[in-house]
Design a protein around this ligand. Structure first.
Ligand SMILES: Nc1ncnc2c1ncn2[C@@H]1O[C@H](COP(=O)(O)OP(=O)(O)O)[C@@H](O)[C@H]1O
Ligand SMILES: [Mg+2]
Length: 255
């Protein structure tokens, strides 16, 4: 099996119908992500970051171009196949957690497996293992309303991981967290990436969160503007990221 998890070739995304107001959100974006990479996507507001993540995550079909995930071309799939592919091969973390309020943390984490029809006997050890990795073993019986934002995002990360997806896709996962919880979530993701070779693609406007990634793709106006790799410490990488961001013509980075 190839070690390429994501192979995106010549991706275009045009919103709007022909002969109407069309908007080109992505203009010929190509990149690959190898197994075990931890990739951040940054760029000014409106640059196309979320669109790019949605194309990779099968939520949005590109107007042109192809996306392969684990050697499977998702851009040709029908809706049913896509739903199936998404629920088995992808793990999602959202800014606002997206936990179901009437389910316990345990049940939320178990959901991707129960939806696939995995037996509860097999689910239990898997939920317990991921909960332990994220340090939330002690809150499994609680309901989302009774836990902190940091704990919610760890529960969401455990849910994203429990079915051992090919890649975890996260859009602004630290966007709703204070800086202490943001740091702790990023450290947890770094651990998963290092220890278990979990492949992660993460969109963030926050240079500090981004500094935990190993590679950053910068996009501007729907184009890949630059990519950089982390060589030294997160502190050094943080500075490097700030330098690149300051090169953008606009200072209008998402707030
Ligand atoms: N469904 C849509 N219909 C029309 N335009 C859209 C749609 N989604 C995004 N866009 C436009 O595409 C551009 C990129 O959006 P987005 O990917 O959300 O940017 P980012 O996440 O980098 O802020 C923006 O100008 C946005 O207005
Ligand atoms: Mg966005």
């Amino acid at each position: 099996m190839s070690q390429i998890v994501v192979n995106a070739k010549n991706i275009y995304k045009i919103f709007g119908k022909k002969h109407e107001n069309q908007f080109s959100a992505l203009n010929d974006v190509s990149f690959t992500i190898k197994k075990g990479e931890f990739v951040g996507v940054m760029g000014p507001s409106g640059a196309g970051k979320t669109t790019l993540l949605n194309v990779i995550s099968t939520l949005e079909k590109p107007t042109n171009g192809t996306v392969e995930i684990s050697d499977v071309e998702i851009t040709k799939m029908k809706q049913r196949e896509l739903d199936d592919f998404r629920s088995t091969q992808l793990g999602f973390i959202f800014q606002d957690f997206n936990l179901l309020e009437n389910l316990t943390v345990y049940e939320n984490i178990a959901l991707p497996l129960s939806l696939q029809g995995v037996s509860s006997r097999k689910i239990k050890p898997r939920v317990e293992t991921v909960a332990k990795k994220l340090g939330i073993e002690s809150i499994l019986e609680k309901y989302p309303a009774t836990i902190s934002g940091g704990q919610k995002q760890r529960a969401a990360a455990a849910r994203a991981l429990v079915h051992e997806p090919a890649i975890i896709l996260a859009d602004e996962p630290t966007g709703a967290l204070d800086s202490k919880n943001a740091k702790s979530l990023m450290e947890a993701l770094v651990d998963l990436n290092r220890r278990d070779e979990v492949t992660i693609m993460l969109v963030t406007h926050d240079p500090l969160s981004a500094s935990y990634c190993k590679r950053i793709l910068f996009i501007q106006d729907g184009l890949l503007y630059k990519e950089i790799y982390r060589e030294g410490s997160t502190n050094e990488f943080h500075q490097h990221i700030l330098n690149v961001l300051s090169e953008f013509a606009t200072t209008d980075v998402d707030e």
